[in-house]
Design a protein around this ligand. Structure first.
Ligand code: PLP
Length: 297
């Protein structure tokens, strides 16, 4: 007879775990030592992207090269080190061949600085997990709140040690912001600076359409992540005749926009329905177009 746990496992979405040097492992196997710096200090970097698996079990990974490039930039900024790109590529290839669940999932690649007791031995671990219901629901639209991140829009200009724009494993404040949104009865957050400008979401970037121009927050000085989804949207939109611009915007400017989206590699472009209780313009055709630019249909 199957135990209750086994029944739960059978129904629960599967997760694949793979570790550099060990390959694909059973999902519940321990992968880190108790003194791993990623665990004890959040000292490490990660990146994440979407995997799309067809009904025959064959998968494609969205923009893997760009995500490995950013993982490498993150590690250089965090520790002055480079990722082992070939090892990552091999680990991803092995994992993806073993992942045969049709549909959308998220590939997460984590590179920690390894055990405190054995410096120079990074832990490289990845997971593939089915796309969450929340990510899928976000595509229908988000009600969001602004939350001040507590720094000025130029706070990161001469302070690289603050690790602005680095995808570190220290995402506790981002997660706490998401919980604050839930407490306020909304779906997500748009961080703002102390001087009142829009920055980014806790796990997404801001894209705004206004009068034929696509806009987003500048990276320089603001400390926001250089979103791959936003970059891909801008590149495709520019080829399609849009002007694109990096501009600091106040939340009240978003009320005059033709469309506002929180974009990320998992969700694509999620339209913002409501910001701080005020409805924003909706244009389903434009949302479809922006998602098409992002590689989402
Ligand atoms: N900003 C932050 C803080 C993020 O964590 C993410 C993604 O997780 C993004 C923006 C969007 O980046 P991308 O489009 O590369 O997924």
């Amino acid at each position: 007879m199957r135990s209750k746990d086994q029944e739960t496992d059978r129904r629960a979405p599967a997760q694949l775990v793979a570790v550099q040097g060990r390959g694909v492992l059973p999902a519940k196997k321990h992968v880190a030592t108790a003194d791993d710096l990623g665990l004890t200090r959040g000292d490490g970097v990660f990146d994440a992207t979407r995997v799309v698996t067809a009904s025959d079990g064959v998968s494609r990974v969205d923009n893997l090269g760009l995500h490995l490039d950013r993982l490498d930039r993150s590690l250089q900024k965090l520790a002055g080190e480079r990722i082992d790109r070939d090892a990552w590529q091999q680990l991803v290839d092995e994992a993806v061949v073993n992942w045969r669940h049709p549909g959308e999932s998220v590939l997460k690649m984590m590179h920690t600085r390894g055990p405190e007791s054995a410096s120079g031995l990074p832990l490289m671990v990845l997971t593939i997990t089915p796309m969450s219901a929340a990510a899928l629901a976000a595509r229908d639209g988000l009600r969001i709140t602004t939350l001040c991140r507590g720094t000025a829009s130029d706070a990161h200009r001469d302070a690289p040690w603050l690790l602005g724009g680095v995808k570190t494993l220290s995402y506790a404040t981002n997660m706490a912001a998401g919980r604050e949104a839930a407490r306020r009865g909304v779906d997500d957050v748009l961080f703002t600076s102390t001087d009142g400008y829009c920055l980014e979401g806790p796990t997404s970037s801001l894209v705004v359409a206004r009068d034929g121009v696509l806009l987003t927050t500048p990276h320089e000085g603001t400390g926001i992540l250089d979103s791959i989804t936003q970059a891909v949207i801008f590149a495709k939109a520019a080829k399609d005749g849009w002007r694109t611009e990096y501009k600091l915007m106040k939340p009240k400017e978003l009320a005059k926009a033709d469309g506002v989206w929180l974009v990320s590699s998992g969700r694509g472009a999620a339209p913002v329905l409501e910001l701080d209780g005020k409805q924003l313009a909706q244009d389903a055709k434009l949302t479809r177009k922006v998602n098409k630019y992002a590689g989402f249909r």
